[in-house]
Design a binder for this molecule. Structure first.
Ligand SMILES: Nc1ncnc2c1ncn2[C@@H]1O[C@H](COP(=O)(O)OP(=O)(O)O)[C@@H](O)[C@H]1O
Ligand SMILES: [Mg+2]
Length: 1011
């Protein structure tokens, strides 16, 4: 997870950079000098460097060589994220960086299991030591690591501050100038874990111990000890805090320097000491020596009468003797006398004041110098890796570059000699690599590969021969008349590959010999200080031969260094300082041109550019430019070489512009590459749009598929839910149905669990159903058939319903209608079930009267005016004797019934005299009103009426007597006159007839109809 995120971030950076690099090309110059069109022009070179420097781009390549310009400010380009960015990335994919060099060497070492070195050179203050520290940090952070090997890593890192404390000093050029050359091996195991290291130091500048130029300081450690050392320690060493009190520290007049924090540095160094395995005893001895050097510096000599040196104040001597574990008197003697060996005996002779001072300084230098060597060895023993598995190494060589000052002494001579050798190695290596590459790639040898004229090997060999014997190449004497003026008597001039340098021979011999009197050496050999004893071996005294000169020693160590280097793969970093004042953003053209010259950069570029400006592995070239050709975009599936060929044919490279090797393409001119880059830039915009579109559609599709799947899932779930619900329902239904059936089977049993619900259901169902089938009117006799168990309830309900209906009906009817109904009830009481035609009559409403008052004769009206007419109806009256039929009106009043013929009242029947009324049971309209015989009445009235039921009912109601109506069957008798009776016979037949039969009876025939 973390890894992939890191990877992402890195990719993004790379992408960003690629684009940035293209658009910024003109502004920030090329990031590889090889791409300079005017590659032979120093001005173009400086211009490019300046452009980049002004943009704070301090690194530029010449092929695989890194040129670094000291920014003199923190640029924020050494963060851990930067380190991660450069890890395992193709060298040319990212902007030039010291990390790229480190990573490249590391990757190659890991993959090819060979050894490497990184040579860092440049003038003092150009940033070499910083670069080497950055590389070390890079490895410390990015290399794999195990718990147990962390200590090795820490020691590698912490060896630095200790070495710097003892080997670095403030100079005019650099506040932290390394005053020794340093080669450091970092050893890696087969997994690429840093497991150990080894340091070799060269040429520690011992003279600094006893003398510093104006504005310079002695080695840091002296000041750090005084500023940071604990009180007790200083007391034990006999030291005061103030550095001004010590001659060796105060000559440069800058013992206190604001830019240097000695107190803090002391803490760092003390802490480092504990990590790199220094015991308290070691430290006691070590600082004893450091302190004794300070005391040495403060010894004052005086001259006695004989011109011999004496030391009147032995205070310092005592301290030195104590600290170094020697006898004070012996020491005193050794500082002021010299042993001369004459044949078999030794003669001791006093020294002059001058020689004594010389001897004292020599002792200080020797003690310090050898202690430094001891320190390096001690550090090495803590860095050593004790397991003997196979290891590969990366060496870091931090060594001063070519130094050319106004006055050049022995040191410059040695340094320049060293640089000459290293340059030679570089040129040889680069040329060889170049040629080997062409050969390997099968490119025919190009003419331009020739070493530059300055690298004159034979000249160097000559010089080497002469160094041992006070050599000089060009002297005032040897020079022609013109050259003579430029060389002083004491000078000689050497023509180095980078230019000529004039050296001053003053002090040459002395520095070369670096003589320490035997007498002092003896004293030191007998020291009780363990470190000194290790530094000054008795064996040295026994060897009577002159010790090798410094020059010889240096030459030897240099040749062993070259041996070390030759077996390794090189990487180069060339450091340049932009100005002499340690100022940021100051680009001093003159100074830089000088350095470019002495670092041999133009030369290097010329060699790199000889032939082809640009080369890349086919894979990488194709990867970068494949979008320019439809055949290779987006993927080329064949061999990369063919893809590249297809690609460059497509974009139209001319044959002279390139060559195809076995694994690489070689492009001759930068402009070809730039044109390709520009095309890529143009193409990129289109590609971006395409990629965006594709990406968007991809996203869209993804989104769509996601939604679709979601929908399907939802659907499935929903269907499932529905199905489950349905199944549930069905189960439920089955249960219900089963219960229903069971209930049905058991419906007639008394209430029990088996039928309970069924019965409830049936009840409910019936009642609910009943709602829709209730009778609408009182006459509606329909009723929903109830199930068996509900018969009782149904009956009750029915009654209730009917009652309700009736009630409603009753409430709804008018008084008139009520009266009529009452009449009908009376009718019913009389006739129901007794007389045919009754049922038909039921729905014929009764009228108030069948005769309008206007139809009654006014005479009649007048006659009965005192009585209210209740009812009138037309009737046919049959004579009692002849049965003649006559039209009459029957009018009923309150008191009596009248039979009226026009204006005559034919018969008046008082209700009091009314005996009864008879009718037949058949469908005739005959009614007979019986009267009392004793009355002076005319006898019974035989009438036929169309509204028989109505008329009888009205009559009965008016009469107010019960049971007066008699419904007869067959025949009836009626009263004609006192003692005389008539008979009416009722019969049925096919048609209605009324006639007088042979017996003098009235026969009434009615049609029998079913009703
Ligand atoms: N890459 C860098 N970034 C920032 N400052 C630097 C860088 N390199 C060098 N310096 C500054 O320059 C000073 C001198 O550098 P140093 O490496 O000691 O020079 P050299 O070893 O070449 O004499 C350093 O103390 C530091 O202040
Ligand atoms: Mg340095």
């Amino acid at each position: 997870m973390m890894e992939s995120k890191k990877e992402d971030v890195r990719r993004k950076h790379i992408r960003l950079h690629m684009e940035g690099a293209l658009t910024a090309r003109d502004k920030v110059g090329v990031q590889d000098f090889v791409l300079l069109d005017a590659y032979t022009s120093e001005s173009a070179f400086v211009d490019n460097l300046r452009k980049r420097f002004n943009e704070n781009l301090i690194y530029t390549y010449i092929g695989t060589l890194l040129v670094s310009v000291n920014p003199y400010q923190e640029l924020g380009i050494y963060t851990v994220s930067q380190m991660e960015l450069y890890q395992g990335v193709n060298f040319f994919e990212l902007p030039p960086h010291v990390y790229a060099i480190a990573d490249n060497a590391y990757r190659m070492m890991c993959s090819e299991l060979n050894n490497h070195f990184i040579l860092i050179s440049g003038e003092s203050g150009a940033g070499k030591t910083e670069a080497s520290k950055k590389i070390l940090q890079y490895f410390a952070v990015t290399c794999p690591m195990t718990q147990s090997l962390q200590i090795a890593r820490d020691r590698l890192l912490l060896s630095n501050p200790v070495l710097e404390a003892f080997g670095n000093a403030r100079t005019l050029r650099n506040d932290n100038s390394s005053r020794f050359g340093k080669y450091m091996d970092i050893q890696f195991d087969f997994q690429g874990i840093p497991v150990g290291g080894h340091i070799i130091s060269y040429l520690i500048e011992k003279s600094r111990v006893v003398y510093q130029n104006q504005g310079e300081r002695n080695f840091h450690i002296f000041y750090q000890l005084l500023a940071g050392g604990e009180e007790e320690r200083l007391a034990l060493l006999g030291l005061e805090r103030d550095p001004q009190l010590y001659k060796y520290l105060s000559q440069g007049h800058c013992a206190k320097e604001s830019s240097i924090n000695d107190k803090n540095d002391w803490k760092t160094v003390s802490n480092a000491f504990s990590v790199i395995d220094f015991t308290e005893a070691d430290l006691e001895n070590l600082f004893g020596i450091i302190a004794s050097v300070l005391h040495l510096g403060n010894i004052c000599f005086e001259e006695d009468d004989q011109g011999c040196a004496t030391i009147p104040d032995t205070h310092e001597i005592k301290w030195i003797a104590k600290l170094l574990g020697v006898h004070p008197a012996v020491l005193l003697e050794a500082l002021t006398h010299r042993k001369i060996e004459a044949k078999t005996e030794e003669v001791i002779c006093p020294l002059t004041l001058e020689l004594s001072v010389y001897a004292r300084d020599a002792m200080a230098k020797a003690v310090y110098g050898r202690t430094f060597t001891w320190l390096v060895n001690k550090i090495n023993s803590s860095l050593v890796n004790k397991d003997f598995t196979r290891k590969t190494v990366i060496g870091l060589l931090d060594i001063y570059g070519f130094e050319v000052f106004d006055k050049n002494g022995f040191e410059q001579f040695c340094i320049n000699y060293c640089n000459e050798k290293l340059q030679q190695l570089l040129i040889e290596r680069t040329l060889k690599a170049e040629q080997a590459e062409y050969e390997m790639e099968g490119i025919e040898d190009e003419e331009c590969i020739r070493p530059g004229p300055a690298t004159d090997l034979s000249f160097l060999e000559k010089l080497e021969e002469k160094v041992g014997t006070h050599a000089h190449f060009e002297t005032r004497k040897l020079a022609g008349p013109t050259g003579r003026k430029r060389i002083g008597w004491m000078e000689f001039r050497l023509l180095h590959y980078a230019g000529e340098v004039t050296y001053c021979t003053k002090g040459f011999l002395e520095k070369n010999n670096d003589l320490l009197y035997r007498h002092l050496k003896e004293v030191l050999c007998k020291s009780k200080n363990v470190i000194l004893r290790e530094c000054f071996l008795l064996a040295e005294l026994e060897n009577r031969r002159r010790p090798p000169t410094v020059g010889t020693q240096f030459k030897n160590s240099l040749s062993s260094l070259l041996e070390i280097l030759i077996s390794k793969e090189p990487s180069y970093i060339r450091c340049i300082k932009p100005n002499d004042r340690k100022e940021p953003s100051k680009f001093d053209d003159f100074l830089i041109r000088h350095q470019i010259k002495y670092l041999g950069l133009m030369e290097h570029l010329r060699v790199r550019r000889a032939g082809f400006a640009y080369r890349r592995k086919y894979e990488h070239f194709l990867q970068r430019y494949k979008s320019l050709c439809p055949d290779t975009w987006p993927h080329w599936h064949g061999p990369p070489a063919e893809g590249v060929e297809r690609l460059i044919n497509y974009i139209g490279y001319k044959p002279e512009e390139y060559k195809l090797g076995k694994t690489k393409i070689f492009i001759r001119f930068p402009r070809t590459l730039f044109a390709t880059e520009d095309a890529l830039e143009f193409c990129k915009h289109q590609l971006v749009a395409r990629i965006q579109a594709t990406y968007k559609s991809c996203l869209g599709r993804k989104e769509y598929v996601k939604k679709r799947q979601a929908a399907i899932k939802l659907e499935a779930h929903w269907r499932g839910a529905l199905a489950r619900k349905a199944i549930q329902r069905r189960k439920w239904a089955v249960r219900i149905i089963r219960k229903f059936i069971k209930g049905f089977i058991n419906r007639n049993k008394p209430l029990c669990p088996d039928n309970e619900e069924f019965i409830v259901f049936v009840r409910k169902n019936y009642i609910l159903n009943l709602r829709y089938h209730l009778p609408k009117t009182v006459l509606d006799k329909s009723w929903l058939r109830p199930p068996g168990i509900l018969e009782n309830a149904s009956d009750l309900l029915r009654k209730m319903c009917v009652r309700n209906l009736v009630q409603k009906y009753c409430r709804g009817i008018t008084a008139e209608r009520k009266a009529m109904m009452q009449q009908k009830v009376v009718t019913s009481e009389i006739f129901r079930g007794r007389k045919d035609g009754y049922t038909e009559s039921l729905n014929q409403p009764f009228a108030n009267s069948r005769i309008n008052e206007g139809d009654i004769n006014p005479k009649v009206l007048q006659l009965i005016s005192h009585e209210k007419i209740q009812y009138g109806v037309p009737v046919i009256k049959y004579d009692r004797k002849g049965f003649k039929a006559r039209q009459r009106q029957l009018i009923l009043t309150q008191k009596a019934a009248y039979v009226v013929e026009l204006a005559k009242i034919k018969q008046k029947i008082e209700y009091s005299a009314l005996k009864g009324v008879s009718t037949s049971n058949l469908r005739d309209g005959i009614l007979v009103i019986h009267v009392s015989p004793d009355d002076k009445q005319k006898g019974d009235a035989v009438l036929q009426c169309g509204h028989m039921f109505e008329a009888v009912t009205k009559l009965v109601m008016l009469v107010k007597k019960e049971n007066i109506v008699n419904v007869v069957q067959g025949s009836l008798q009626f009263f004609i006159s006192p003692g005389k009776e008539g008979t009416i016979v009722f019969d049925t037949g096919p048609e209605e007839q009324i006639y007088k039969n042979k017996n003098g009876q009235l026969t009434v025939v009615s049609v029998r109809r079913k009703s």
